[in-house]
Each structure stands twice: as C-alpha cells, then as structure tokens.
Design a protein around this ligand. Structure first.
Ligand code: ZN
Length: 445
C-alpha cells in the first residue's frame, strides 16, 4: 500500500526542489548568524515564513545542565585599516572576517602586535577561515593568507563595534503533532554565518522536510529544532525532559549539499531502530550510504547521545564535517553546495521518514517478551505447529515462530528479528500475532 509519504518521496521533482532549496539557502546566506543575537532571530524569521516555528528566547545566565546561557553578541561593524588608511578587511564584505564573539575593541597597534589577532590558512592561501571564540574573551580577524603576507609594516587601526551583553539565546522549534505521543527529533544548527554546506544546507533541508511532512498524516509527532550548536541543544535538553522521554528516533542534519555520497553516523546505542531504518531506506532508494559508528564528537548528537539521555539519535550527512577542505572556510560557499545534492538529500530524508512511519504503523518496532523462555514451549499442543506441515510456506511459518520465541527477550523488535532470520517481515509479524493470541508473548512497554 502506498502512503501519502511514499507518494511524496516518489513524486519529488529534483530539479525544481533543488533550485528552491538552493534559492532559500542563498536568501539566508547574508544574515550574520552567531551563537546568539539578531542574526539567529532574522534567520528563524525567514524559516518561520515557511513552517510554523515557535521562537524561544532563553535569558543570559540561565543555568542549563552543566552550562550557563552566555551573553548575547551583536556586531555592528568590524574592520582593520592599514598604515595609509587603506581597508585591509571589513566585516561588511563578509562576517567571516571577524572572529565570532570578539569583544569590542578600538585600537592602534603595530603589525607585529596585530599579527597575534590574525587568522589565516597557509595551506589554502586564498580562503578566509571561519573562527569563533565563544567561551574565551578575545578578539580577532580572519583573512586570506596571501593577503596577510603582503601587509606592510606600520601602525594599524582596528575597530570591532559589537555588544556582548545580557540578552538571550534564541532557538526555533517546529512541532508537527502525530496520531501518537511518540516523537521523531530532527535537529540542525543555526549558528554559522555564510557557510553553505556546514549550515545553510541543513537549515534548508530541515525547513523543506518540515514543510512536506506537515502535509501528510503522521504516526509520530515530528519535532524540528533549529538551535545554536552545543549550547542550543543543551538548553533544549535542559528544559524539555518530558519531550525527551517521547523521542523514539532522531537525526542531526548537516552537510547535506556537497556533491559527496551519504554517510550515516549511528546513535550511541548502535542498534536503535533509526540505525537500521536509515541504511534500509537509502538502500530502497538505490542510494549508497556509508555507515559509521558513534563517536562522542561531531554535531549535537554529542548532546542527545550523552549517557544521561542516550537518545536514539544518529546523523545523516553527505561528506561529514572536517573531511572536505572547504570545511569552515570561505570556500564552503553556494557554488560548493549543489541543487541536485540538496534535492537528493531531501529525498533521502523523506524516505527515512516514510520508513519510520510505516514501521511504526505495522509494528516493526514492537518488542515482546517470551513468557515461557526456558526450553521451547510446546507449539503442537497449542495448535501452532504443523497445520501446513511439509509445505515450504509451512516450514517458513514454523521457522518464524521459533525465531520470534527465541529473540523475544524484550530487546529485539520484530524488524530486527525479520532481518536476523532472513524471513519476510509479514511472516514474522504473523508469527508474533499467533504467539500473542496463544499467550506465549507479552508486549514490552
Ligand atoms: Zn561547523
């Protein structure tokens, strides 16, 4: 049976959707995002024109888990002028030129002293690096290394006109209710200025995914978070213990617009339903995906998968962070992000959504406990054995009964049992139904 969500996956027109996603990324690109501040608000306002977004403001100083919501940073101007009054760099040309969260400064200083506040990339002399200093008070500028090498001796003038003051941390949340209380979490960061793959692609994907899921019936509630990296996820987790308990599956979205192939990073649990659903859904689409184990670094899966939460949250990307040279530089721009890659990523996420939704509906994630786990229960006496004796179908059905009984220790769901047994899911589901009616199984939670 084809669900409305399956129809969305199949009906997705990559050309028009890819162009629209790329255009949306371009619309968001000039907004000067940071961990906090008006750039985040303006970004969320644009996203809110497409999906129903609740914008939360959490005041500076609020304790969140082991952290504290920081002061809010807003930049008005930042530039460096050379000995002859010429502009060396100006944040008006690109927010990458100023180290994010720089403290305000107005000073005249010799080149030697300025050098300690400059950042550049000798290995990519034409690119401007992206640097921040959220948790240490300092200031700095970023520029192409080739330009840095030509700076003449003399006295330089620097200005960073910024406020770093009590305010708020801003994040966006879009909740699409489902038929059940169980939820899927989709989380993406909203804190990088300019960078296209490492930010705009994730923002576009999460927005377009929410826009589409809003139009179909949903088993799960779908919760989309647009949060500043690390502190945003921590802030959300600190304030939402109830919603946390309802999360059955989650994916952290980032780096979904580069031309590379798909990578899926498993949740800390490694064998959560999401860890099986993503490779399955992509295989069904004919997309190759490289599956990697959980490591406690990366994006906000670090927070969702911290042991006190241990949420079933993985991360589906194209090329993972740090593995492409353009990462965290001015070369991560809108030419690096391709419309067709964005559309392909949206299709992959929709396919994962379709997989999660249909598996929840048909009980693939249901887990049972064998009520007579010592030895095999006598199936013949209960009329479960041999009615189709000798036929292939009969043999497969018996095998399914034995697999379900053997694996139903409360840890393996029906989908996992079907995979391990290499028996069609429907046969496993029927076997579970029969064992349940015979009083040999009890559902777990
Ligand atoms: Zn990043």
């Amino acid at each position: 049976m084809t669900s409305p969500l399956d129809t969305l996956v199949r009906g997705l027109d990559p050309d028009s959707v890819g162009a629209a996603m790329h255009a949306f990324a371009a619309e968001l690109q000039p907004i000067p995002r940071s961990l906090t501040g008006d750039g985040v608000r303006a970004t969320l306002a644009k996203i809110g024109e497409r999906i129903r977004l609740a914008v939360h403001e959490v005041p500076t100083g609020t304790p969140v888990l082991d952290w504290t919501v920081p002061r809010e940073w807003n930049l008005r101007a930042a530039w460096v002028k050379g000995p002859n009054g010429e502009t060396v760099v100006d944040a008006a040309h690109s927010p990458l030129h100023v180290v994010g969260y720089s403290v305000p400064v107005r000073a005249r200083l010799p080149l030697a002293e300025l050098q300690s506040h400059l950042r550049s990339l000798p290995e990519h002399p034409d690119w401007v690096p992206y640097r921040t200093s959220y948790w240490r008070e300092t200031w700095g500028f970023c520029l192409p290394h080739c330009q840095r090498e030509t700076l003449p001796e003399g006295e330089y003038e620097v200005l960073i006109d910024a406020t770093l003051a009590d305010g708020a941390l801003t994040y966006g949340e879009c909740f699409l209710p489902g038929e059940t209380a169980r939820e899927v979490l989709i989380s993406t960061h909203v804190c990088h200025p300019v960078l296209a793959n490492d930010n705009l692609s994730g923002l576009a994907l999460a927005t377009f995914l929410a826009e589409r899921l809003a139009t179909v019936p949903r088993h799960h509630g779908w919760r989309f978070l647009f949060v500043p990296g690390t502190i945003g996820a921590i802030t959300w987790l600190a304030g939402n213990e109830e919603a946390v308990a309802r999360i059955d599956h989650g994916v952290v979205v980032a780096n979904v617009g580069d031309p590379g192939g798909f990578h899926y990073k498993r949740s800390r649990r490694c064998d959560a339903p999401i860890d099986r659903a993503v490779p399955h859904a992509l295989a069904d689409l004919g997309e190759a995906v490289r599956v990697e184990d959980f490591v406690p670094f990366g994006y906000d899966e670090r927070q969702y998968c911290s042991p006190g939460f241990d949420l079933p949250v993985g991360s589906l990307t194209r090329t993972p962070w740090g593995r492409y040279p353009e990462y965290h530089t001015s070369a991560d721009d809108l030419t690096f992000v391709r419309p067709e890659a964005l559309a392909g990523s949206l299709r992959a996420y929709l396919a994962v959504a379709a997989h999660l939704e249909s598996n929840a509906r048909n009980g693939a994630y249901s887990r049972y406990r064998n009520l007579l786990p010592k030895g095999e229960p006598q199936l013949g006496r209960r009329g479960l054995y041999g009615t189709l004796g000798g036929t292939t179908a009969g043999r497969e059905r018996e095998l399914a009964l034995l697999w379900v009984l053997n694996q139903s220790d409360g840890r393996h769901d029906l989908q996992a049992i079907a995979e391990r047994a290499a028996v069609p899911f429907e046969t496993i589901a029927e076997a579970a139904e029969a064992l349940l009616s015979a009083g040999l199984l009890a559902p777990v939670d």
